[in-house]
Design a binder for this molecule. Structure first.
Ligand code: FAD
Length: 291
């Protein structure tokens, strides 16, 4: 079922994001973690593609397993950067055959091993090109798009960024999933600005619990420190005082406060970046009071 049809049926809800582990031998353990998270009753689960070297085949196999064996509603992430329409069509046909009804349509990042890569001349230059392609060739497919509350690093201004999110939605994006953030105000202001821009579709906040200093450092490398607000310095102080145990406690407490604050502010649901670990997510959800 399309996620856009599911969203109005339950409020608030949780959705969960996973990445396909690279080593297939570890998949049984990974699926066991996912199974534990069924206790959260996720509205949908999403599976990344490409980021960290994952392959399209891994994403396809994971979403197929989550649908057929675990009876979940999966959404496959799909990037279009450097891809041909034939390759994208092949993937979309394969997930359709597997009974997958939803895709998160992304541009993706330029290949790191090709410094000469240029977007100009590519068949797909923006996520909106992929959204339009899916809408035309796979009209039954549900489509989500990405939003970055701190704005995409390539955007000239937040206003410019918001304009292009609106463009993706106008092309057929049915809901927006946000990049992780650590200050709720940042997300709530972002939604307000999208509404002022005429974006009326649901915007789902992405929340990630920080469980180690290494993970915080990795996120800062990927997204810049701006994404943390002042939280990075708090994590550094915790690490200096009590190592990763203190970081994990602070990270979990922050995620609980964020999720509770977002639910109290009336978001439709919260998208949890699970890092493929059930325990932390279960600990967070356990502490939430629902209206
Ligand atoms: P776009 O919407 O195309 O935006 C990219 C930039 O181009 C922005 O600056 C935007 O303002 C600008 N822009 C957009 N349209 C136009 C236009 N028509 N004309 C001019 N400028 C335009 N990456 C992965 O590789 N795999 C994943 O699984 C993955 N999952 C993600 C999940 C979420 C929730 C998020 C937020 C990001 C994810 N990413 C993933 C990262 C994403 O691929 C990168 O952020 C990428 O750099 C941009 O993708 P996008 O879909 O936001 O691109």
């Amino acid at each position: 079922m399309q996620i856009a049809e599911l969203i109005p049926t339950r409020k608030p809800f949780f959705s969960l994001e996973f990445f396909p582990p690279k080593e297939r031998e570890t998949w049984p353990r990974f699926f066991a973690e996912v199974e534990k998270l069924k206790a959260v009753n996720p509205l949908f689960v999403s599976v990344t593609y490409g980021a960290g070297g994952g392959t399209q085949a891994n994403t396809l196999d994971v979403v197929t397993h989550l649908k057929r064996e675990l009876d979940l509603e999966p959404m496959a992430h799909l990037t279009c950067v450097g891809a041909s329409s034939a390759a994208l069509r092949g993937f979309l046909e394969a997930i359709s055959r597997a009974g997958i009804d939803n895709v998160l349509a992304l541009r993706g990042d330029p290949p790191k091993n090709n410094p000469d890569f240029r977007f100009e001349g590519q068949e797909f230059q923006h996520a909106s090109d992929l959204v339009r392609f899916i809408r035309t060739e796979f009209p039954a497919m549900g489509i989500g798009v990405a939003g970055i509350p701190t704005m995409h690093p390539e955007s000239a201004s937040l206003d410019d960024d918001l304009k292009w999110v609106r463009h993706k939605v106008d092309a057929g994006g049915q809901f927006v999933v946000s990049q992780l953030f650590f200050e709720n105000e940042l997300f709530l202001t972002y939604v307000k600005r999208l509404r002022e821009r005429g974006v009326t579709v649901p915007v789902l906040p992405g929340v990630m619990p920080i469980l180690s200093m290494k993970s915080a450092e990795f996120i800062a490398t990927l997204n810049g420190r701006a994404v943390f607000g002042g939280f990075y310095e708090e994590l550094e102080r915790a690490f200096a005082a009590g190592g990763d145990e203190a970081v994990r406690a602070l990270g979990l407490a922050r995620a609980v406060a964020q999720v509770q604050g977002l639910i109290d502010a009336g978001v439709p649901g919260v998208h949890l970046y699970t890092l493929n670990r059930a325990e932390a997510c279960l600990a967070i959800v356990d502490k939430i009071t629902f209206p």
